[in-house]
Ligand binder design. Structure first.
Ligand SMILES: [Zn+2]
Length: 365
């Protein structure tokens, strides 16, 4: 029954979005609905030499992003998150805002994303994880993706990775979760997803980082080289800021903030803020993105600390639009990658799903 309901909802959402998009009704709904900011988020513009080994859902091809910005640029105001929020808060009339955001601080954001933004006369917000820029250290998930993308990892690279992890780890929770994932025997893609989930949510972070460092080194990984090719430098960040791009905070180590106590969360959030202020100067940064961004990845205390250290806007990764009354420490965002259909982005941005919700019908997510 739950499955049937889900299928029905997905199909209704598709049909509704296609009708809005292809008939031009989106423009009618857009005029009818209150002014809003729709925030899109991605990670990388596809550029093999920097991010070739990252999974497809973290990348968007330049031509696809160009198409998205071209479409929205004609009908909406393209801005950064802080810029767009100020426009909404000012209450003046005008077009609704579409704000593009990119998370983590990858090098392609300067080399590939910036030229695209400049062609469209658009700003955007880029959220930086500060440790890669400060120390040349990348978090565990990139070492994981790098190892399983190596040609030497064979045709079942994730299985090979997981079996190696099982021999090195002393963490019962991780061992049990990974054994369960292997037993499922549901193919490489499913295992890749499940192994990542176990390492993210079930594993002890200290044991995990130690084990992955060992596997990474054993596969010939060079952390400094990986970091230099994958992440931007502070010079890149300054060049982006000089070009009018907003830079925001995303913690020091890309951790799950809801798992930390108040002081731990403060160190991650304020540490990142301090690095940004030191390197970029000026009034510092206003906008923060919770790593992973789901409601279970942060909590009320996280939001309070984020505010206390000086951020006045924060974004999650739940779909929806934002109005002047939306909780400014929980602004919503829509993912955009090569598989995102334009009609779904448009149906959301024009206020199409907000309109249905007024009639008690929730077709979003
Ligand atoms: Zn992130």
């Amino acid at each position: 029954m739950a499955n049937l309901k889900h299928t029905l909802k997905t199909n209704l959402r598709e049909v509704y979005a296609r009708v809005l998009f292809h008939t031009g009704l989106h423009a009618v709904v857009d005029r009818l609905m209150p002014r809003r900011m729709t925030i899109l988020f991605g990670h990388c513009v596809d550029q093999a030499e920097c991010n070739g080994f990252l999974p497809a859902d973290m990348k968007i091809r330049a031509d696809n992003l160009d198409r998205v910005l071209g479409w929205f640029g004609k009908r909406y105001s393209l801005d950064s998150i802080a810029g767009g929020h100020d426009k909404l808060a000012a209450g003046s009339d005008g077009k609704s805002v579409v704000a593009l955001s990119f998370d983590d601080g990858y090098r392609d954001n300067r080399t590939a994303l910036l030229p695209i933004l400049q062609r469209h006369g658009a700003s955007a917000t880029i959220f930086l994880e500060s440790r890669p820029l400060d120390e040349g250290v990348v978090n565990w998930s990139h070492k994981y993706h790098w190892v399983i993308a190596q040609p030497a990892a064979g045709d079942a690279p994730t299985e090979m990775f997981v079996r190696r992890y099982l021999t090195l780890s002393e963490d019962e929770a991780a061992l049990e979760g990974l054994r369960r994932a292997l037993e499922e025997d549901a193919g490489e893609d499913r295992l890749r997803y499940q192994a990542k989930r176990v390492m993210k949510y079930e594993a002890d972070p200290v044991d995990r980082d130690r084990v992955i460092d060992q596997i990474f080194a054993g596969a010939g990984g060079d952390q400094a080289a990986l970091c230099a090719s994958l992440y931007m430098s502070w010079d890149d960040a300054r060049a982006l800021a000089a070009a009018g791009i907003e830079l925001g905070g995303h913690t020091v180590n890309h951790v799950i903030l809801s798992r930390l106590d108040r002081e731990g969360a403060r160190a991650e959030i304020d540490g990142c803020r301090a690095s940004l202020a030191r390197e970029l100067g000026g009034g510092g940064t206003r906008t923060f993105a919770y790593p992973f961004g789901r409601r279970w990845d942060y909590n009320d205390e996280t939001s309070a600390v984020t505010r206390e250290v000086g951020f006045d806007l924060a974004v999650n990764t739940h779909a929806g639009t934002n109005g002047p009354g939306t909780d400014r420490m929980q602004l919503r965002r829509l993912p955009v990658d090569d598989t995102t259909p334009m009609h779904l982005l448009v149906a959301e941005a024009c206020g199409g799903f907000d309109l249905l919700r007024r009639f008690g019908v929730d077709l979003s997510e």
